[in-house]
Design a protein around this ligand. Sequence first.
Ligand SMILES: Cc1ncc(COP(=O)(O)O)c(C=O)c1O
Ligand SMILES: [Zn+2]
Length: 433
Amino acid sequence: MTPTSPHILGAEFVCAVCHVVVDLDATLVFGCPHVTDTDKQHVLHIREAIRPLRPVADSNPFLSFRKHLTVDAFGARVGLAEQERINIISATNKQIEQICGTGFISTPITRQDRLSDALGFSALGGVWVKDETHNVAGSQKARHLFSTLLYLLMSEHASRVPWASQAQRPGLAIASCGNAAIAAATLARAVQWPITVFVPESASHTVLATLQSLGATVQECRRQQDDAPGDPCIHRFREAVAGGAIPFSVQGTENAWCLDGGRTIGWEIATDLDFVLDRIYVQVGGGAFASCVGSAFKTSGIHPRLHAVQTSGCAPLSRAWDVAIENGSARDAGARWHECMWPWEQEPSSLADGILDDETYDWISVLNAMADTGGHPIVAAESDVVRAHEMAHEYTDIDVSPTGAAGLAGLIQNRSLLADNERVALIFSGVTR
Ligand SMILES: Cc1ncc(COP(=O)(O)O)c(C=O)c1O
Ligand SMILES: [Zn+2]
C-alpha cells in the first residue's frame, strides 16, 4: 500500500541489529523476524515519527499525542477510521479508570524548590521533577503496556487476529516481580484478558497479593537444572510465548510496541517546559524507559544531555557504553551486540531493586540517545541511592520508591560537575509499595 500521509509514512519498525524493515501491515508482529531460538539479539526500533510535535488539547496523553503514536498509524493502516481509533483509546481508558481510580493523564512536572536548594542550585537553575507516582498502577510501566494493549485491540477491531472471539484470546504473559507486573495485570483486568505473570521466588508478598487481587495467574520460577544462564522468569516467559501466549512485556526485545506508548512521558516534558532543559537523569533497568525518553525528545526537537543511571550493584549499560566506544562508537552499536552487552555476572543487588535487570535489553537506543545529546551513563554508588531516596522524601512531597528516585542518585553523584544555574529534570517513576 502506498503511504498517503506523513502520519502513515512515519510508521515503520526497523531492526537496530540486522536493519530489516517491518511493515505495519503485518499481523501480530512483536519483534524482529530474524530472531531464532539461538539468536535473540535483535530489537525493533520505531522509525522516526512525524515532527514537529503537535499535541491536541486532551488530558489523556494517548489522545493528545495520538497522531505521533505508531499504534495509531497502525490502526489507520489496517483500515480503522480516525473516530474508531479515538473510541478504542477512550473506551479502554475508561475501563482502566474503573479498575484503578485513574485513567491515563498527563502527569505534572514542577520545580522542586527545596530539593534544588538542598543540591545548591541557583534561582536560575534547579531540579524539575515529573511525578509519575499517581499514574495508572503507580508507575510509568502502564504507558509502555497501553500501546501494546491498543495494538491488540485495534488488531481485533480490524479482524487482524487469528482468534474468532474474545473467549478464544490467547493469554498475555509477562516476566516481572514489580511495577511492570502490576501495570500489566491492571490493564489485563480492565479488558478481562487472562494474564500469567512469571515471578522469581524472591517476589514480595505485597506484589503477589496485588497480582492475585487483580486476577492474574502467578507462576513462580525457580532455576531449573538444564536452564541456560540468565533469568529463569524470562526463560519461562519465552516458553509461554513460544506456546502461543502474547508477550505483554516492557522489554523492546520481546515486544517493540512497548517502545511506542512510553514516549508519551518525554512528549509531555517537552510540551510542559517552556525553557531549555540542560540535562535529564533517567533510572535504567531493562532500558525501555530511557529509550522512550530519548526518542521522544528527539521527535520533540529538544536535546538535554541524557544520563542513564544504574547502580554499582548492576551496571551492564555503563559497561556497554565503554566497550562500544572502545570498539568503534557508542552510536549504532547494534551489530556489536555480543561484544557490548552481556548479563551482569555478579548477583545484582541494590535498595533500588526495580532496576536490577542483569541485561539492559534496550541498550542500543539508550546509547544512541546519550551519544546524540552529549550525555553519558552514571553508575551510582549505593550510598547515593540511599541518599537519593532520603532526599526525595525530605525535600519533596512525593511518595517515591527507591527505584523511582534512582535518577536523583545519578544527579547527586554528578552534581560537582554541574553549574549552579543548570536546569535538570528527573522522573520520579514509581510509588512506594
Ligand atoms: C519505578 C521504576 N522506574 C524505572 C524503571 C526502569 O525502567 P526500565 O526497566 O524500562 O529501564 C523501573 C523498572 O522496573 C521501575 O519500576
Ligand atoms: Zn533483526
